[in-house]
Design a protein around this ligand. Structure first.
Ligand code: APR
Length: 257
């Protein structure tokens, strides 16, 4: 199947689906200028995860960890949404139900207006008290104080994100797995499908009978299991599929007249 045929087939499958889950990774934000983790200019090519994204790194040097997260917050705050984010938000009104399950902490799906979002790895705009666990939302960039302190008890605040070696929020993970097992179709967009337990979500959907559409410029360990794997950038591919989808709906409406 050539790319156009794949886009058509993807639109066909979407048009026949009611319960859709979009499972996203950092690739969907890369066209906005936000680096991925493992790509050519990926964050883990430039920075050592063990120095910046583990509980030990934070207890050893909270200032260094916060300087890095503050840098990432500033970078994200300067970037714009891309057509990939916008198309998924538009599709909220298109389908009976569309959930976005994301590994991203950048908050761009919310910014695009997607209504039903599960953030498996947390959110960079939320800070959590290391003493009481209180979560606050703070979009200040740069942060006024590094490391920031809890206004209630004065304890250190940490980014409300999941670090390597930490467990995901079980309630969120279970909700994501349940949604995936009830989905008719899962779009897997911009993820290397390497980091678990998140990477088990597409296979849960597949094993429950969902169709899998992967969108990624490169193949991944998920590719052999996908019903369609489209080589391309999500900011290009999603609007193209959306166009075909709209024409289909238009045609059906005319037929009914
Ligand atoms: N459109 C679609 N996919 C893209 C694009 C694009 N424009 N640009 C890059 N990609 C793909 C890459 O080919 C790669 O497969 O996005 C994927 C990004 O993979 P990673 O960098 O591994 O990011 P991700 O899968 O989100 O990482 C998962 O790992 O580091 C942890 O917690 C972090 O949530 C993150 C998790």
């Amino acid at each position: 199947m050539n790319t156009t045929e794949k886009h058509r087939y993807a639109a066909d499958l979407l048009a026949r689906s009611d319960h859709i889950v979009a499972f996203t990774g950092s690739g969907i934000s890369s066209e906005s200028g936000i680096p991925t983790f493992r790509g050519k200019d990926g964050l883990w090519k430039k920075f050592r995860a063990q120095d910046l994204a583990t509980p030990i790194a934070f207890s050893t040097n909270p200032k260094q960890v916060w300087e890095w997260y503050d840098w990432r917050r500033q970078l994200i705050s300067e970037k714009n949404l891309n057509p990939g984010h916008k198309t998924l938000a538009e599709w909220d009104n298109f389908f009976a139900s569309l959930y976005v399950i994301t590994q991203n902490i950048d908050g761009l799906h919310q910014k695009a207006g997607s209504k039903k979002i599960i953030e498996l790895h947390g959110n960079i705009w939320k800070l959590r008290c290391t003493q009481k666990g209180t979560i606050i939302e703070d979009h200040t960039t740069p942060l006024k104080e590094i490391p920031p302190k809890c206004k209630i008890c004065g304890a250190l605040l940490r980014p409300h994100v999941v670090w390597f070696g930490e467990a995901l929020d079980m309630a969120l993970l279970n909700q994501a797995l349940k949604l995936s097992s009830h989905a008719d179709l899962m779009l897997v967009i911009g993820t290397s499908s390497l980091v678990y337990p998140a990477a088990s979500i597409p296979m849960t959907a597949k094993e429950s009978g969902a169709k899998i559409i992967e969108i990624n410029p490169e193949s991944t360990p998920l590719t052999p299991h996908a019903d369609i794997s489209i080589r391309g950038k999500s900011g290009d591919v999603l609007p193209q599929i959306s166009e075909i989808l709209k024409q289909k709906v238009q045609k059906n409406r005319e037929k009914k007249k």
